[in-house]
Write a protein that binds this ligand. Structure first.
Ligand code: 2IP
Ligand code: CA
Ligand code: CA
Length: 377
């Protein structure tokens, strides 16, 4: 069995537990939603807590995967920094400690000495997450962690996670907003080529038990490694009436250019990862984004899953330039190992040219054809 993939899935399950816990346990939920009450210090503290959920989840994944695979230590990256400034202006380093007790003590410092909240979180951080999955256990691909690195987005679609709406109705199977679009994304890539190899997408808010109101999650994984392609999901069929999924803030020019291809089936949804998942699940044939508003940690995991299904993800700007220059080969896929020159901070890891995610190469070509003819793109 492939221990690394299992470790990534297990870490995503623990991450999903923590994300659910923050919405379900009163002591934590109060911190997450307590928006307008109280003085300025309180407001800043609440802002802190939102960031803390992200930071803590990333640290847990980093800790658990690094403990099992020492060769990956120093090669596990993510959206968040673990240096955390609390509302009092103190800088603390959030990390998983040797014991639950020590982790609770550290978290209590971050949480303004809210002991109950700190203990709940520490227990979740140190729990053993059961994983029973025969299909996953049967994956027998030998990989070398020494040549890999990891991107983590601990919670994608944070805004929807905080807002926390669980009652949004889907359109064509796609949830335009709400908790459903909050995902945990983990991707492993080749350190030298930058190619995405393993991907895990965890949906902590997949369904709500009608009786207990508890959330149940679901995860998906994919492997695209040296010619071996394996996925927890079947390859989505090519549908006669395809759809495209876009950000609500996508340019009108792009929407107009895609309309002839997808007719009335231009869908809109929050969350970059969620839109990629829609393509993976066959709810949309393409996710087109014309802005550089996603990052390596958003796309690495979902990209690996798309590769496992025979699809992929490309830089839209570069692909369009190639297409217009008459180079009608499939454009090169996004890679994950190089920071963009001339940028600083998170922007170094942006997918600057926008992107197209697809499960079927036909749809990549159709999208490029439609956009290449559009003025002003
Ligand atoms: C965001 C999040 C946003 C998305 C943006 C990502 O990540 O997924 O929803 O914008 O590109 O970077 P949009 O919803 O318009 O696609 P995060 O929530 O982790 O900041
Ligand atoms: Ca993100
Ligand atoms: Ca995030």
């Amino acid at each position: 069995a492939m221990a690394l993939l299992r470790a990534l899935v297990r870490a995503s399950e623990k991450a999903a537990c923590i994300a659910q816990l923050c919405r379900q346990e009163d002591a934590l939920f109060q911190l997450l939603v307590e928006e307008k009450r109280g003085a300025d210090k309180n407001k800043r503290f609440v802002q802190d807590f939102k960031t803390l959920a992200d930071v803590l989840i990333q640290e847990v994944i980093k800790h658990d995967v690094g403990a099992e695979f020492p060769a990956l230590q120093g090669h596990i990256f993510g959206e968040e920094s673990n240096k955390f400034e609390n509302g009092l202006g103190e800088t603390l380093v959030v990390q998983v400690c040797g014991t639950e007790c020590d982790t609770a003590a550290l978290l209590a410092c971050v949480l303004d000495h809210n002991q109950a909240a700190a203990e709940l979180l520490a227990a979740a951080v140190h729990q053993e997450v059961p994983l029973e999955d025969p299909a996953l256990a049967a994956v027998a691909v030998a990989v070398s962690p020494e040549s890999m690195a990891i991107w983590i987005d601990p919670i994608d679609s944070t805004n929807q996670y905080i807002r926390g709406r669980g009652d949004v109705a889907p359109v064509g199977g796609i949830y335009p907003s709400g908790l459903r679009s909050a995902l945990v994304l983990i991707g492993a890539y080749d350190r030298h080529s930058g190619e995405p190899l393993l991907g895990v997408i965890n949906e902590p808010f997949y369904r709500q038990d009608p009786l207990t109101h508890r959330w149940q999650g679901k995860y998906h994984w994919g492997v695209s490694y040296q010619g071996t392609r394996l996925c927890s999901l079947p390859c989505p069929p090519l549908r006669p009436d395809p759809a495209a999924v876009l950000s609500g803030s996508e340019k009108p020019e792009v929407q107009q250019a895609l309309a002839p291809l997808y007719g009335g089936r231009l869908r809109f949804a929050s969350g970059a990862g969620y839109k990629m998942l829609c393509v993976i699940l066959g709810l949309a044939e393409a996710y087109v984004l014309s802005e550089g508003s996603t990052y390596k940690w958003d796309s690495c995991g979902p990209h690996a899953v798309l590769r496992a299904l025979g699809g992929g993800m490309v830089d839209l700007g570069a692909a369009l330039a190639g297409w217009r220059a008459g180079w009608h080969e499939p454009p090169p896929q996004l890679t994950y190992h190089r920071a963009a020159g001339g940028a600083a901070g998170a922007e170094r890891w942006a997918n600057h040219g926008g992107l197209v995610a697809f499960a079927h190469p036909e749809h990549l070509l159709a999208v490029l054809d439609a956009l290449a003819a559009a003025p002003g793109l």
